[in-house]
Design a protein around this ligand. Structure first.
Ligand code: AMP
Ligand code: MG
Length: 315
C-alpha cells in the first residue's frame, strides 16, 4: 500500500529537507489565501469541533465513511465535525455575510482509502461562505486564491520547489466548466480520475446529485453545485454549491435522504421564518491543495502528524 511507504512517518528522526520545504510552502500558501480574503472584507471565524449538527456527507458519490465519531458530553450526544456546512449556513444568515474558516474535519474513511493517496481521516478545509453569492462568484474567489498561491510559491519559494523537484505551472483562468453528465457520458463512471489525468489545468464540474443543502433547480432538476478537479491525477480538491434556503425543499430533501430532522433544527427554524439567506460557498481540502503544489505522492506527506486511513500512529 502506497500509504505505508511514506517518508516522514518516523517521528524519532529529524525531519527531511523535503518535509521542511513542504511546511514552509504550506505556511506561505495559507498566509496568501488568508490575506486575500481579509482584503475582501471576509470575517475569519474559528472552528467548532463537537456538535449535534454536522454534515451527513450523504448521499455524496464520494462517501466512504466507516464510522461516525459520536461522544456523549453533559448527557448529550454530539458528533465530531465532518464539515461545518450547517454552521456556515446559519452564520451567514445571522450577520457576517462573508466568512471563512480553517475547519478541522474528522472522517473515519474506509481503510482501503489509504491507497488512493487522497484520503486522510483528519484533515482541514479552507471553507468559504458568502450570502447571496452565485456559483460564478465562488469560482472567482477560489481561482484567485489558487493562482495567487501558486504565483507566490514560484516567485518566493523557488528553492523549496527545487528541493522537492517540483515544476509548478500557473493555471489559466477562468478555469473551464463542465457538466458532470457530459463527463460521465464521455469518460464513464471513473470520469474523475480520467479528467484529472487528461486536462492540464484545474476544471470545475457542476451538476452533481448529493447532499440536501446543495441547491437543486426545481424546474430543470439541475444541481447548482460544483467540484474543482486538479490535473496530474490529484483529483477533487474543492466541493461547493449554491445552497437551499426554503423550508419546504430542505424538509423534503432531509426526508428523502433518511436524515434525522432534529439534528438540523436551527437551520430548519431559520428557513421557516424566512431568515435563512441564500448563499454559496465551498471547502478546499488544504492538504490536497498543498500535496498538489509540492508534488507529493500521498496527501499524508504534507501532514506533520500523518492521518492515514487504517493507521493510528503513536502520536
Ligand atoms: P467535501 O465537501 O466532502 O467534498 O469535502 C471538501 C474537500 O475536503 C474535498 O474537496 C477535499 O479536498 C477535502 N477532503 C474531503 N475528504 C477528505 C479526506 N478524507 N482526506 C483529505 N481531504 C479530504
Ligand atoms: Mg466532495
Amino acid at each position: 500500500m502506497r500509504g505505508l511507504m511514506l517518508e516522514g512517518l518516523d517521528l524519532r528522526k529529524p525531519m527531511s529537507g523535503r518535509k521542511i520545504a513542504i511546511l514552509r510552502i504550506q505556511t506561505e500558501v495559507l498566509r496568501v489565501m488568508v490575506e486575500r480574503l481579509l482584503e475582501k472584507g471576509f470575517y475569519w471565524i474559528l472552528p467548532v469541533i463537537l456538535s449535534k449538527s454536522t454534515d451527513p456527507l450523504w448521499p455524496d458519490p464520494e462517501f466512504s465513511i466507516e464510522k461516525k465519531v459520536e461522544v456523549e458530553i453533559y448527557g448529550e450526544k454530539v458528533s465530531a465535525m465532518q464539515s461545518m456546512i450547517v454552521h456556515k449556513r446559519v452564520l451567514v444568515s445571522l450577520g457576517p455575510e462573508k466568512i471563512f474558516i480553517l475547519s478541522p474535519n474528522i472522517r473515519i474513511e474506509r481503510r482501503d482509502r489509504a491507497a488512493t493517496g487522497r484520503h486522510l481521516y483528519e484533515f482541514t478545509q479552507f471553507e468559504v461562505e458568502v450570502a447571496y453569492a452565485k456559483m460564478q462568484d465562488i469560482f472567482g474567489i477560489y481561482e484567485e486564491l489558487i493562482t495567487e498561491s501558486i504565483k507566490y510559491v514560484r516567485k518566493h519559494l523557488s528553492r523549496e520547489l527545487e528541493v522537492l523537484g517540483r515544476e509548478l505551472k500557473i493555471p489559466q483562468t477562468p478555469f473551464k466548466v463542465y457538466k458532470r453528465s457530459e463527463l460521465e457520458e464521455k469518460y464513464g463512471a471513473s470520469w474523475q480520475d480520467e479528467v484529472s489525468r487528461i486536462f492540464e489545468d484545474p476544471i470545475w464540474v457542476t451538476g452533481i446529485p448529493r447532499e440536501f443543502y446543495d441547491y437543486e433547480d426545481p424546474e430543470t432538476g439541475e444541481w447548482r453545485n460544483y467540484d474543482l478537479i486538479l490535473p496530474e491525477g490529484y483529483g477533487e480538491v474543492i466541493s461547493g454549491a449554491e445552497r437551499e434556503y426554503e423550508y419546504e425543499k430542505l424538509a423534503k430533501k432531509l426526508e428523502r435522504d433518511g436524515l434525522d430532522k432534529s439534528n438540523y433544527k436551527i437551520l430548519l427554524d431559520l428557513a421557516k421564518e424566512g431568515l435563512l439567506k441564500p448563499s454559496a460557498g465551498a471547502g478546499l481540502g488544504i492538504e490536497r491543495f498543498i500535496a498538489y503544489i509540492v508534488g507529493a505522492r500521498h496527501v499524508a506527506e504534507v501532514q506533520p502528524f500523518p492521518r492515514i486511513p487504517g493507521i493510528v500512529p503513536e502520536i
